[in-house]
Each structure stands twice: as C-alpha cells, then as structure tokens.
Design a binder for this molecule. Structure first.
Ligand code: ZN
Length: 338
C-alpha cells in the first residue's frame, strides 16, 4: 500500500514498526503503538487510521488504570434523569461542548472525571448541583423539576463533597516546588481566599480574567521576590495563561469563599465569580498583599478581551506553545509593568 510522504514528496511504500508506550498522562500504560515509516527515507508518516487505533488502545488502558469515566457512564446519567447533553452541561458548569465530546470518546481530565463520578454515584449531590444551576438560571424549571422529582434521601453532606472536591484539585495540581510553580508548594486555601479578595475588588470577574489575575500576581511576586504566591502552575492557552489542566473550572466550583454566576449574552453563557466577601488574608504577608493590589489596580478597569491581549504581549505567552507549561523564568521581564 502506498501513501504520500511529505519528505520524499511522492507516494511511497511504508512499513509498520511497533514501539513501546510506557506512560500516558503520567499513568503507566505499558502498551505499544504502531508507527508507519517511509521505506525510502525512514521518516515517520502520519496515517490517521493507524493513529486512531493507537489512541484507542492507549485510551482504553489509561481509562481503566486511571479510573476515568466512560462515555456510557455519562449517557446513563443523562438517561436516568432524561436530560439532554445541553442540560447536563449547564448543571455541571462545563464548557459548551464538553459533554458532547466526552460522550463521543473524548478523554476527560482526571479531576473532571472524578468530579462527574461523584455526581453519578451520589443522587443527592447531583440534585444539589441541579438546584444550584436552577438558582443561577442556568437551567429552566422544566429541567429542574424532572430531576428533582427523582430525589431520594441520602446522608452525604455538601461539606463532604466540597472536601472531596478539594482533595481532587490538590492531587491534580500539587507538584514539587520548581520553576513552573514559582518554587512554591500549592496552597489551595490561599488560592480560594485570594480569589474571594479579587472578586470583592473587581466587578465582572470572569473565569478567563481570573486566570490572568492569578498568573500576573504569581509572576510579579517571582519578579520581585524570586518566589510565587499561590503555588499554581500555568499553561499557554488560546486566551492567555491559565491554570494547568483547566483546573480553574473545578476551583471555581468551590463555594466557601465565592460563587459562580452565569449570565446569558449574545455570545453565549458567561460565568462570573462573585465574592462571598469572607476572605481571610491572614496567611499572606504584607509584600504578597501589596503585589496582589498592584495587579488588581492594573487590570480592574479592563475588560476580558483587553486583559487577554495584555497577557499576549508577555514572553511567558509569546515564547511558549499551546498547552505548554509556562516557566517562571519569564517573570524577569514583565511587559505589564512598563
Ligand atoms: Zn519518505
């Protein structure tokens, strides 16, 4: 069988080579992949059927080893309550197409998967989420009633679930201190209090903007003191730096210090973070608070588009590729200070 080789620039014969795949997303999978190789120049060729087979094989092992929910799990959850993908997405507070993607075989992050599993295994939690979604006008009365009609008593409290949730976020984001977290161990409690503080000072704080606030605070802290504030790790995403693994979604669902509010706009649903105004900055020192205030002052009158654009001028974004972790070494030169 012949296939086009971009190196030889013509149709060539290829051979298949089996290669070991030891790890996927930090989980040992110990399997193999097939690589198509040009018989003329020995370069790897991309053949989508082969790649799909490889992915399917690796995904399957990863799913069972990391205990990731399966597409059927989500479909069954929807069937149980007779709700659409759209309704479920609104209840979970995920991105628009997330559920659709997962049902078609897309791989959730471990933390997102764990979160959904809690809701699958626990009717009461799912109903609580539904009530919250209804209170925020994310779902309509019809959706709300068909789910709540199935309610059954249970003993798991909201507090237990939030704690479980916190544990998952810690596990996802916790890394040894290095150049990618500003040489700081993650302190989730500090993160929650800082978010509450920012949300008190900033009107219309979207999740996209929040990511930039936190990144700038950590970068400025590293710039001035050689150490970050929160211990969060960030990555390059389309709209600027964000917390890795999209963990900002899960963080935003913690509710002790702030809450999510959804607003319908012409461009779809926008989620804002609203402070519960009970932040506690006693774990922060004077310098850290000063740095946080500087960033709030610099950004608070700017809208989400402007803030994204500002972050796009930073080396930390310019010199990294999509989804690449952003090193704190880029903090030495911060454009925002000019
Ligand atoms: Zn070739």
């Amino acid at each position: 069988m012949k296939v086009y080789c971009p190196y030889c620039k013509r149709e060539v014969d290829y051979k298949i080579e089996k290669r070991d795949v030891k790890e996927f997303r930090k989980i040992e999978v110990d399997t193999f992949e097939n690589a198509a190789i040009c018989k003329e120049c020995n370069n790897d060729l991309y053949i989508s059927e082969i790649e799909n087979e490889n992915n399917e094989r690796i995904y399957q092992i990863y799913r069972s080893k990391a205990n990731i929910i399966k597409p059927e799990d989500i479909i069954n959850l929807r069937k149980k309550y007779n709700i659409s993908q759209r309704e479920l997405t609104s209840i979970l507070g995920f991105g628009k197409m997330t559920i659709n993607r997962y049902e078609r075989g897309g791989m959730p992050t471990k933390s997102q998967s764990d979160y959904v599993r809690v809701l699958i295994d626990n009717d009461v939690e799912f109903i609580k989420k539904t009530k919250e979604a209804f209170d925020k006008n994310s779902i309509n009365k019809k959706t709300y009633e068909k789910i709540v009609a199935k309610e059954k008593p249970d003993k798991v409290s909201k507090r237990d679930i939030q704690e479980l949730f916190r544990k998952h976020i810690q596990e996802t984001l916790n890394r040894k201190p290095d150049i990618y977290n500003g040489y700081k161990q993650l302190d989730l409690e500090k993160v929650e209090n800082i978010i509450s503080y920012i949300a008190t000072k900033v009107k219309n704080l979207t999740i996209t903007s929040l990511n930039k606030y936190l990144w700038y605070m950590d970068m400025l802290s590293f710039n001035q003191r050689g150490i970050g504030i929160t211990g969060l790790t960030y990555q390059h995403e389309k709209f600027g730096p964000t917390i890795i693994n999209q963990a900002y979604n899960e963080i935003s669902l913690l509710e002790d210090k702030f809450k999510r509010e959804n607003y319908e706009t012409e461009n779809g649903t926008i989620t804002k973070i609203v402070s519960n105004k009970n932040y506690d900055l006693s774990k922060l020192n004077e310098n850290e608070i000063k740095i946080i205030d500087i960033i709030i002052k610099l950004l608070k009158d700017k809208n989400v588009t402007d803030i994204s654009e500002i972050s796009h001028k930073e080396d930390g974004w310019k010199k990294t590729k999509r989804y690449e972790k952003i090193s704190f070494e880029y903090a030495t030169k911060l454009n925002i200070l000019k």
